[in-house]
Design a protein around this ligand. Structure first.
Ligand SMILES: NC(=O)c1ccc[n+]([C@@H]2O[C@H](COP(=O)([O-])OP(=O)(O)OC[C@H]3O[C@@H](n4cnc5c(N)ncnc54)[C@H](OP(=O)(O)O)[C@@H]3O)[C@@H](O)[C@H]2O)c1
Length: 331
């Protein structure tokens, strides 16, 4: 285990504990959409393995899918970006990847099992999608060559909050949410335009009920440590803290089906700051928030909590997302 940096903000600075109203839905908050088993002993050297392979927005969009963002709504489409997605096989990550592929944004993935990229996203042109093998827990996996040309990073790695098969091989919250994030951030080029980190609501309240239950094995504490490392890194960052995730994962989908996934009824977006939100959010909404924040200058250095509720939402309309993020900062 690598030594911990001295720049880390002490976790003891947490607010004085209060007992909030107990939300029964909170206990369903699992950090785990599935219980797929992890391959053991996958800690191999990184290498390129395949080149082929609280404001609510309502609008008139009735179907919020990942398909067909229009040019006027979606300035994110860009050929001069190279977005690195870490955690791209996960529930949020696979939507991020599919959505960026659909927008013709060049992508690189760091995956523990690169074969999963083909299963999830099909055979893609090497110009569009590069897949590299790496495990964020091992700093030596994260070679500088893996970050060459990367302009933006979206990190949506995670594991289960409670012991499960996904902890196999010591893939615990401490190792993934803290050490993995620290290793990744330490390896990123200083020239980066933006790092988006997905963490969780409740990270500043891990010693308060009901968050302390979720934090029994440290998941909120370690996510907060990851956040603090990012905040102190000097890199331009935006942190997205989702509520309990709904919809998906879409692991059995092919790319076309994934692009047609909808956020169901839960399309209206609620964004807050100050770790006050409690609720649920569609994975599609979280993925879109990460993508939208990439290019908004004023989201740099900001931390947002995000929920989604029944109703029409912003879809991929950048102007509506701008309003949502800005309104959260004004509150
Ligand atoms: N579930 C909830 O209700 C909830 C609520 C709030 C916040 N969150 C957080 O939101 C984020 C996204 O959630 P999600 O449901 O999309 O996550 P997820 O489905 O559990 O995906 C986790 C991703 O992290 C990758 N990963 C795990 N360990 C890794 C390692 N050592 N090295 C490299 N990659 C690793 C996984 O890759 P493999 O394919 O190799 O396993 C997978 O791609 C996570 O941080 C999660 O904790 C979840």
């Amino acid at each position: 285990m690598a030594s911990k940096p001295s720049s880390l903000t002490p976790i003891t600075d947490l607010p004085i504990p209060k007992i909030p109203i107990f939300h029964t839905q909170f206990l369903q908050f699992s950090f785990s959409p599935s219980s797929s088993s992890l391959p053991r002993n996958l800690l191999v050297a990184s290498k390129l393995v395949s080149r082929r392979k609280s404001s609510v927005c309502s609008n008139s969009l009735k179907q919020e899918t990942l398909q067909n963002p229009t040019a006027t709504q979606d300035p994110i489409t860009s050929s001069n970006k190279l977005v690195l997605v870490v955690g791209g096989t996960g529930g949020v990550g696979q939507i991020v990847v599919a959505s960026l592929l659909n927008r013709d944004v060049k992508l690189r993935l760091i995956l523990r099992d690169p074969e999963k990229a083909t299963t999830l996203f099909g055979k893609q042109d090497e110009e569009k999608l590069q897949v590299m093998k790496g495990d964020t827990r091992n700093a030596e996996n994260l070679e500088p060559s893996m970050f060459e040309g990367v302009t933006h990073v979206i990190c949506c790695t995670g594991t289960t909050a409670f012991p499960s098969r996904r902890w196999d091989g010591d893939n615990t919250p401490e190792r993934v949410d803290w050490e993995g994030v620290r290793n990744l951030v330490s390896a990123l080029p200083r020239s980066l335009t933006r790092l988006i980190l997905v963490t969780s609501v409740g990270v500043t309240k891990s010693n308060e009920l009901p968050w302390s239950i979720m934090n029994l094995f440290g998941v909120l504490k370690y996510k907060k440590m990851g956040e603090d490392f990012v905040r102190n890194s000097g890199l331009p960052y935006t942190i997205i803290r989702p509520g309990r995730l709904t919809d998906g994962p879409y692991t059995s989908y092919d790319l076309n089906t994934l692009l047609k996934a909808t956020a169901g009824e839960r399309r209206a977006v609620v964004i807050g700051q100050g770790d006050k939100l409690v609720g649920e959010v569609s994975r599609l909404v979280v993925a879109e928030a990460c993508i939208q924040a990439l290019d908004m200058d004023f989201t740099q250095g900001q931390i947002y909590e995000i929920n989604s509720v029944p109703g029409d939402g912003p879809g991929s309309d950048t102007e509506k997302w701008k309003e949502l993020f800005k309104a959260a900062q004004l509150q």
